[in-house]
Design a protein around this ligand. Structure first.
Ligand SMILES: *Cc1c(COP(=O)(O)O)cnc(C)c1O
Length: 402
């Protein structure tokens, strides 16, 4: 007897947790349990005719790993299933995904609107590269809906938002901004890295395109770089992003795709634990206000000015806590140098708790007035809360705070 695998209970019926574990599985003739790793660049053909048919579009098959690869397919299909998107393409890094999404959407003379508080390299693409190509760019204070409405009084080709933002955890009301953006003709691109696919579903809130740095929570164990672009817009996917990636070549390595596909299997579990730990750490730091700590920022804390939006738009507050230490840079550096468990590192979303001083590292290149505008004070630290025992993390902070 053989099992009927074409049963009525397929990926479309599965819940998100099942999709994380089983989505995209495509076993080879060896019937391996875990996903196989196809670490190859090219493919061979049975005949000259088959090669011809593969290039003229008559035959759908793997041709070259810059276009598609079986292991990369598994990662893309799994992520698409989780996100609820029809199409997904992976990239070598998160920045390759962000750049491709913008570069294949806008041309000279177009206008792009973006939230002001962005990951440094996203900001560089929008503030430096796009204008040098004749694209008009406008930055908006993310939480200010009146400012978004004002910006969309003129037509725009794309809007790029990051929510929660790095490192000050400002939120953008995705549904409200998507409605305004669509009325102005803009494609809505959301960088969902901080929220992860588990805690925020941008497509349900009006996004047209979602981009990820898979380097962060999707790998989640500090092993490799990767990125992804997801959309339900078939025309954009087929006529723009698909061709752009195929011909410019920022493709993911099959090895990294394999690591990331396996990372997705535990993403839900890990993010839940990250969130529990982040909530514990945030509450501990709130208890230290006035005793070494000047401010704690975490989206679902009552003290966050957008806590109501956070609770509506996300299922939890995320994995990152921002804290402002008393005595500015000196106080911040002192705390960093006194930690013994939490590592000083600019990565995030890792199993290991990582902390950094954005003003002198990730955001060092921002002009001083832009740092002020973004609330990037000298005492601000960004803590990516890991999977260690929460009590140990609190103890490490307690000792370091003295
Ligand atoms: C890290 C990050 C990126 C860039 O991803 P890489 O994989 O490092 O290229 C983009 N956006 C956000 C919000 C990030 O945190």
């Amino acid at each position: 007897m053989t099992r009927d695998t074409s049963s009525a209970f397929g990926p479309a019926d599965w819940s998100a947790r099942t999709r994380l574990v089983r989505g995209g599985v495509n076993r080879s003739g060896f019937s391996e349990t875990s996903e196989a790793l196809y670490l190859n660049s090219g493919f061979v053909y049975e005949s000259a005719e088959e090669a011809e048919a593969s290039f003229n579009g008559e035959k759908d098959r793997f041709v070259y790993s810059r276009f598609r690869n079986p292991t990369i397919d598994v990662f893309e299909e799994r992520l698409a299933l989780i996100e609820g998107a029809r199409f997904c393409r992976s990239t070598a890094s998160g920045m390759a995904a962000v750049f491709a999404a913008l570069a294949c959407t806008v041309k000279a003379g177009d206008r792009v609107v973006a939230s002001r508080a962005l990951f440094g390299s996203c900001r560089y693409i929008i503030a430096e590269i796009l204008p040098s190509w004749g694209v008009e760019v406008e930055f908006v204070h993310g939480p200010d809906l009146d400012a978004w409405a004002e910006a969309f009084r003129r037509p725009a080709k794309a809007v790029f938002v990051e929510t929660p933002s790095n490192p000050t955890l400002e939120l953008v009301d995705l549904q409200a901004v998507a409605d305004l953006a669509h009325a102005a003709g803009a494609l809505v691109i959301v960088d969902n890295v901080f929220a992860t696919p588990i805690l925020q579903r941008p497509f349900a809130l009006g996004a047209d395109v979602v981009v990820y740095s898979a380097t962060k929570h999707i790998d989640g164990q500090g092993r490799c770089l990767g990125g992804a672009i997801l959309t339900n817009d078939q025309t954009w996917f087929e006529e723009k992003i698909g061709l752009f990636l195929r011909h410019t070549g920022p493709c993911l390595s099959p090895f990294n795709a394999w690591v990331l596909a396996k990372g997705l299997e535990t993403l839900d579990l890990r993010v839940q634990r990250h969130v529990e730990n982040a909530e514990t750490v945030a509450r501990f730091l709130e208890g230290r206000l006035g005793r070494g700590i000047a401010r704690v920022i975490y989206p679902t804390l009552d003290s966050h000015p957008q806590a109501a939006l956070a609770r509506r738009q996300m299922t939890a507050g995320g994995t990152i806590v921002a804290l402002e230490v008393e005595n500015g840079k000196e106080g911040a550096f002192r705390l960093l140098n006194r930690l013994s468990l939490i590592d000083i590192s600019n990565n995030l979303g890792d199993a290991k708790s990582l902390i950094c001083h954005p003003a002198t590292t990730t955001h060092a290149s921002l002009p001083d007035e832009e740092k002020v505008a973004q609330g990037l004070t000298p005492g601000l630290l960004r803590l990516s809360v890991g999977l260690e025992d929460a009590g140990d993390l609190v103890r490490d902070l307690e000792i370091a705070l003295g």
